[in-house]
Design a protein around this ligand. Structure first.
Ligand code: NI
Length: 306
């Protein structure tokens, strides 16, 4: 059966986890580089929060170094997001910046920034898969280069990839050429890892000048995606606080910001996702949300930094 991504003009490289394994030497190299990056403080969107030390062989996806990993089967009768066939091709005229999208119906998009992370992202993917939820991942290019197998699994399971820059710098401080480099290097990292192109971007810390948003929209075709609900999960207030903030702050057309870099955020997801599903929300990707945009005016820009 033809992969639907091929129909979109993308070359899908080794989408099967069985085929994508890197060599043990590569895994070891990635892990060493990962540790160096940790030491250099790979931060969350807002705070300089170093990653916990990444064990050398701990990739929680199937690789030659970890051949025993199996995606857990769904247990019990978890509440599931409905199956939906929705267009994800949005018009370039849809808008340059989105904090939410005016839509008819209780559609929302949940987004995860600053990954991929070798343990937390696969754990999150298991939770999303059990609930038939497709999310949007704003990944950092240099982490994509470290953990391409995690990105391949993310794409293979139907999630959307977004561009969160190559090195997570404050883009509003950069000149145009450095800005282009941050966008194009992350785009290329995603394409190398999983054979797909991001359709939207989110600026690290939410910091991007209007002029820069227009440049990126014109040259890369990306709208700038901010958010309507920020649970401040990067401050690690505890899973129950994160989930209750998400439940309190989400409304139709909303874009929820979270970070799969942090284990507490992933811990908060079962309660947050199940709570949103039980309230009748239907999860779509950011591109699907924009594609269903109705005629109502776009909301005001977010004021909280990412
Ligand atoms: Ni970020």
């Amino acid at each position: 059966m033809e992969n639907p991504l091929n129909a979109l003009g993308y070359q899908v490289l080794n989408a099967s986890l069985r085929e994508q394994a890197a060599s043990p030497e590569d895994i070891s190299k990635f892990s060493r580089r990962g540790f160096l990056l940790v030491a250099a403080s790979l931060s969350s969107c807002t705070a300089a929060t170093p990653l916990a030390q990444v064990p050398k062989t701990a990739a929680a996806v199937k690789t030659t170094a970890n051949p025993g990993y199996r995606t857990p089967s769904v247990q019990g009768s978890a509440r599931r997001n409905p199956d939906m066939t929705l267009d994800s091709d949005f018009s370039k005229n849809s808008g340059i910046t989105f904090t939410r999208v005016p839509v008819a119906g209780k559609f929302i998009a949940i987004t995860f920034d600053d990954g991929p992370h070798p343990q937390n992202t696969p754990r999150l993917l298991d939770m999303l898969r059990a609930r038939n939820i497709k999310a949007t991942f704003y990944v950092i290019g240099r982490s994509v280069d470290l953990y391409p197998q995690v990105v391949r699994r993310t794409v293979a399971e139907g999630h959307e990839m977004g561009n969160h820059s190559q090195t997570h710098r404050l883009l509003s401080k950069l000149g145009d050429e450095a800005l282009r480099q941050e966008m194009s290097r992350c785009r290329e990292a995603i394409a190398r890892a999983a054979g797909v192109q991001p359709r939207t971007m989110r600026p690290p810390y939410g910091g991007l000048l209007q002029r820069q948003r227009e440049l990126i929209h014109a040259e890369f075709g990306y709208p700038t995606i901010l958010w309507s609900c920020d649970p401040l999960d990067w401050k690690r207030p505890g899973p129950s606080v994160v989930s209750s903030r998400i439940l309190a702050g989400t409304s139709a057309g909303g874009i929820v910001l979270a970070h799969d870099l942090h284990s507490q955020t992933v811990d908060a997801m079962p309660a947050a996702l199940d709570g949103l599903l039980s309230r009748g929300f239907k999860f779509v990707t950011v591109s699907q949300l924009i594609a269903m945009k109705s005629a109502a005016p776009t909301a005001q820009a977010a004021v909280t930094p990412s």
